[in-house]
Ligand binder design. Structure first.
Ligand SMILES: [Zn+2]
Length: 338
């Protein structure tokens, strides 16, 4: 099968983690020439071919480096355009990009989001094969006021389709994420799609946390690695309304897989065995982990022995669980059942 030609839906992609090293390098070169940065070359900081970032080394890459490079409008436009181009070239026909709104020394949070949305709209006008929608992320480390301002921004921006909880799973343990409960309840009541990073690491999979997150009645769950038996049962019971966003390469390279350490041990196989549970394969951070969505489908075919009709059926599973609305679902049905 030609996995690039297969029309694909990507629902779990973080914008800044999806930027290629080459694009970061191009942005760095321009800034260096203009005397605007003291940072080291991205090709030295994140060498080509290095994909074994774990939960300790992954998050500082962003807080200490990538965010420091993407501070101004031209850099953010360049990076976003290049991310969209990569997904398009990989055969993605519908993309939900997520980002944590942040101010930079030159831009307010609102300006940052406006730049993303105008870049996405311009790209779609000239490349209609790829439709892209934006999800805003609340980071587990945020305080309530910051998280609340992100919800306000999401609700006041018609082109934002969802709200996510992401960030270092070692932050806010033992049910402390309940701090955000009123925000996610309001987001859901006001019609935003809800997706949360769920049981991403053993540390963030306490019974209290899982109960809190499922209590938000999310529409989608990301990663779903360390859930307990009760949470697993509840997910299986709500299989018609929930979709799991599973990411193979990211989990394997970051050593997040529960049993064993290879692709064969990934919990995709475990969830695949639960009748009726819908799965959406995602890349998470293709710029860091280096595996485009076409390759994630290839890995699944190879390690879990899915034949061509099973791969096509898997690619269609996310359609009913996108946040982009009914017209978009209709478009995808036409593309994916030619
Ligand atoms: Zn993620």
């Amino acid at each position: 099968m030609d996995f690039v030609a297969l029309p694909k839906i990507e629902l779990h992609a973080h914008l800044t983690g999806s930027i290629s090293r080459q694009t970061l390098h191009e942005i760095w070169l321009k800034k260096k020439a203009a005397g605007e940065t003291d940072l080291d070359d991205p090709l030295l900081v994140i060498p080509e071919g290095k994909h074994d970032y774990n939960l300790e080394t992954f998050f500082p890459l962003f807080s200490k480096y990538i965010y420091a490079l993407l501070t101004d409008e031209p850099s953010i436009r360049h990076a976003t355009h290049s991310v969209l181009q990569s997904f398009l070239q990989d055969g993605v026909v519908y993309l939900e990009l997520r980002t944590t709104p942040r101010p930079t020394p030159f831009l307010s949070t609102t300006q940052y989001i406006a730049i993303l949305l105008t870049t996405i709209a311009a790209f779609e006008a000239s490349h209609p094969a790829l439709h892209t929608r934006l999800i805003l992320s609340i980071d587990r480390r945020h305080d309530f006021a910051t998280a609340s301002s992100i919800l306000d921004l999401a609700l006041s921006t018609p082109d934002v389709v969802g709200l996510d909880l992401c960030g270092d799973p070692a932050a806010r343990l033992a049910g402390e994420v309940a701090l955000f409960t009123p925000l996610f309840e309001r987001a859901r009541a006001e019609g935003l799609g809800i997706t949360v990073h769920f049981a991403e690491a053993e540390t963030s999979a306490s019974a209290a946390e899982l109960k809190t997150l499922l209590g938000w009645r999310p529409h989608r769950l990301g990663h779903v690695i360390w859930e307990d038996a009760d949470a697993k049962r509840e997910i299986a019971l709500r299989k018609d309304e929930l979709c799991l966003e599973l990411c193979l390469s990211c989990n394997v390279h970051a050593g997040m897989v529960k049993s064993g350490s290879g692709f064969d041990d990934h919990h995709f196989g475990e969830w695949r065995a639960v009748e009726g549970v819908k799965v959406s394969l995602g890349t998470d951070d293709v710029g860091i982990f280096g595996s485009p969505l076409s390759n994630e489908y290839r890995l699944v075919a190879q390690h879990f022995r899915l034949d061509d009709p099973q791969i096509c059926a898997l690619a269609r599973e996310p359609i009913d669980h996108i946040f982009g609305g009914d017209l978009e679902k209709e478009r995808l049905r036409k593309i994916m059942w030619p």
